[in-house]
Design a protein around this ligand. Structure first.
Ligand code: FES
Length: 205
């Protein structure tokens, strides 16, 4: 055998052809080494998604609840329930001469007084800074517990820091039933000369 023969490369035609391999065998399915990790990642991300969805739902529900509460509150006006300014206090015979009647002080904020043939209603608010004075029967005066202002039965101030008398409310007899009506919406001040107004007292027979 010559060198030429040894060096010659076989031609393509002479080269042995690889055997045809079935497609199914061509790429053998190897179990992916990383697949379990991927599945685990998907599990975790799915769980995370549901966790965040739950948090978001709770937050949304809380926000909606707050909105509904605010809306419900908005639908109801801020009403301050106070006693009516106009009310009935009985008939004139219920008030004997000289009495300072405090039955309506707590409920309606007035004293009804029979003083020298006149009935009038004094408003139970101190004219200093608005505390409710008390009627002291033994001392025949109104006394304010806050800073010590004192008032006569008429409502005129005589001691303490208050600058002026108590105020009176409109008072009249309802002709339909003979009941005395006190109307706090209309007030009368002594220093303005309003106590002479016939609506500020009832003249007793
Ligand atoms: S509030 Fe009545 S004396 Fe001050």
């Amino acid at each position: 055998m010559t060198d030429e023969t040894q060096d010659r490369q076989p031609s393509a035609a002479e080269s042995p052809q690889p055997e045809a391999v079935p497609a199914a065998q061509a790429a053998p399915v190897k179990p992916a080494a990383k697949r379990p990790a991927k599945v685990a990642d998907e599990e975790i991300s799915r769980r995370g998604f549901f966790s965040w969805a739950a948090v978001a739902w709770v937050g949304f529900s809380a926000a909606m609840g707050g909105c509904m509460t605010a809306f419900g509150r908005f639908m109801y006006p801020n009403v301050l329930y106070e006693p009516p300014t106009s009310f009935k206090v009985g008939i004139p015979d219920d008030y004997p001469a000289g009495v300072v009647d405090d039955r309506f002080k707590e409920s309606n904020g007035v004293w009804v007084i029979n003083d020298e043939g006149r009935l009038y209603a004094l408003i139970a608010i101190c004219t200093h800074l608005g505390c409710p004075p008390a009627w002291l029967e033994a001392q025949n005066k109104f006394k304010c517990p806050c800073h010590g202002s004192g008032y006569y039965k008429s409502g005129i101030n005589f001691e303490g820091p208050t600058p002026r008398p108590l105020e009176r409310a409109r008072i009249f007899v309802d002709p339909s039933d003979g009941q005395i009506v006190v109307d706090k919406a209309q007030k009368y001040q002594w220093e303005l000369g309003q106590w002479t107004d016939p609506s500020s007292f009832i003249t007793l027979a």
